[in-house]
Design a protein around this ligand. Structure first.
Ligand SMILES: C[S@@+](CC[C@H](N)C(=O)[O-])C[C@H]1O[C@@H](n2cnc3c(N)ncnc32)[C@H](O)[C@@H]1O
Length: 480
């Protein structure tokens, strides 16, 4: 690169730093901001990045350069992509390894015709209610029927063989009804919930317009978790205690209808906002492992905004586990049971280095921390190493996709392992310099409204919690 362009880059960096330094201290807190508007909250997802972060980054970067392409390599539920559309950026790419994340973000970024959506939804809800009313005993009395002979909270019997029992029930009622069958369905759902979910699914499948069908499936997916025997508010799959399972009687139809109605209003707001801004954005979302990013052209991205996982899935967020019941129920991705169960192993830090490792990651900060953790617990050190090894590969791949002079904003949290603080913000900065990225600046922000495991369970023991994070850092890099 010639001297002139180096000077230009440094001048642009300085402009950016000067804008950032002038912002008030609480600028990135978003204490009073509505983070659930537009399509942002149509489906929950762990560790979502609050929407104003990317909105503000886009606005700020646009003051110093043109932004025609935006990329989030860990796009999760698609927050950055939605904001890119609201900002009317021409080309927007997302990427995630979790098929449910891709599904949610496609739905969120697919602007629908509201009148058509409302019409289809009202036909659907009428069909569902008619079916329910015509067969109310079949749908409502299933729990009582089985409770006469089975313990619905037991892992054996109902827990193992729910589809077999349900088939007998359906046959005895002489009703033509396909019984769903996937691993542990009886452990996670009670009979009447299964029948009602399947009935709703059958009617959704009749919607001809694929975009509308997927939008409705997103509402269905969100209801699945809420009517399951799963304990709410956990990132891992923990079931309610048996006594709670016994008395649990969710209103499946109401849950689904309320979510669908709420989501339609959100889509309405989103479509109006996009129509107002002229809406030229083209969004594509890929299912690559971030360490290769095959589908994205090299040197094609002006701006990267992303929040990677905080660490390996075993001790932070198990995105696959979180998505499992939805993936099993909506069944749109051609995934086998085994592939659904394996998602977490494909996430960053999925490979195991339990017996030690050759240290090769170019970060002094990480080396120091790993030395300390290794002396306490070699296996945990292996987990930490595995995560950062993937992070290094991700930084290398994302750097290749970024144009010279393009900016990357990494929103990261620093967590503690075995008492040692892992300074991911510094580690990224150090690794990135090996991959043609210059460090520009770090913004520190308080986490006030982020739904994430600020109290996570580092030992995977129910109820055992340790405070690990209360602020996060936005590390800014620029491609050389
Ligand atoms: C912190 S979340 C991103 C959340 C997102 N910013 C949002 O607002 O919803 C991190 C994401 O990284 C994804 N991920 C983890 N390992 C990955 C890998 N190897 N390749 C691609 N995506 C990966 C997870 O599936 C998860 O969706």
């Amino acid at each position: 690169m010639n001297k002139k362009s180096i000077i230009n880059h440094i001048e642009t960096d300085n402009k950016l730093i000067s804008i950032l330094k002038k912002l008030p201290n609480n600028y990135w807190d978003f204490k009073y901001e509505n983070t659930k508007e537009y399509t942002h909250s149509i489906h929950s997802y762990p560790a979502v990045m609050v929407s104003p972060i990317s909105r503000n980054i886009i606005n700020i970067v646009r003051q110093i350069m043109e932004v025609d392409s935006l990329f989030d390599p860990f796009s999760g539920s698609g927050t950055v992509l939605v904001e890119g559309m609201l900002a009317n950026i021409k080309t927007i790419y997302g990427n995630d390894i979790n098929p449910l994340a891709i599904f949610i973000s496609k739905v969120k970024t697919n602007k629908l015709n509201i009148n058509k959506l409302k019409k289809e939804a009202s036909i659907l809800l009428k069909q569902i209610n008619d079916d329910y009313n015509e067969n109310i005993d079949f749908y409502e009395m299933a729990d009582e029927y089985f409770e006469k002979t089975l313990d619905l909270t037991s892992k054996d019997g109902w827990g193992n063989d729910a589809p077999v029992y349900l088939k007998k029930y359906v046959d005895s009622k002489k009703i033509n009804f396909e019984v769903p069958n996937f691993k542990n369905i009886g452990y996670w759902f009670k009979p009447r919930v299964i029948l009602q979910l399947q009935m709703i699914k059958n009617h959704i499948l009749k919607i001809e317009d694929e975009n509308i069908r997927n939008f409705v499936f997103a509402a269905f997916s969100e209801s699945v978790r809420l009517v399951s025997n799963r304990r709410n508010g956990e990132f891992k799959m923990f079931r309610m205690p048996p006594i709670k399972v016994k008395s649990f009687k969710p209103n499946v139809l109401k849950e689904f209808t309320d979510i669908l109605d709420k989501n339609i209003e959100k889509m309405n707001g989103f479509a109006e906002a996009c129509n107002k801004n002229g809406s030229i954005s083209k969004v594509r979302i890929f299912n690559n492992n971030v360490i290769d990013l095959f589908d994205i052209d090299d040197s094609s991205i002006d701006l990267v905004i992303t929040s990677p996982p905080y660490g390996d899935n075993r001790t932070t967020v198990a995105y696959g586990e979180y998505s499992r019941l939805s993936l099993q129920w909506i069944d749109l991705f051609g995934l086998s049971e085994k592939e659904i169960m394996m998602i977490d192993k494909t996430l960053m830090g999925g490979a195991k280095f339990r017996k030690g490792f050759e240290f090769s990651i170019p970060s002094k900060t990480l080396t120091k921390s790993l030395e300390i953790i290794k002396d306490i617990d070699l296996e945990r050190a292996g987990d930490v190493y595995s995560f950062y090894l993937d992070l290094e590969k991700a930084i290398s791949a994302i750097s290749k996709k970024t144009k010279t002079g393009g900016y990357q904003f990494w929103v990261v949290g620093n967590r503690t392992v075995k008492g040692e603080l892992l300074k991911t913000d510094k580690i990224i900065k150090e690794i990135a310099s090996k991959y043609d990225m210059d460090y520009v600046y770090t913004i520190d922000r308080n986490i006030i409204n982020k739904v994430m495991p600020s109290l996570n369970s580092p030992t995977n023991t129910v109820g055992k919690k340790l405070e690990t994070m209360c602020n996060e850092h936005i590390v800014i890099l620029r491609k050389r």
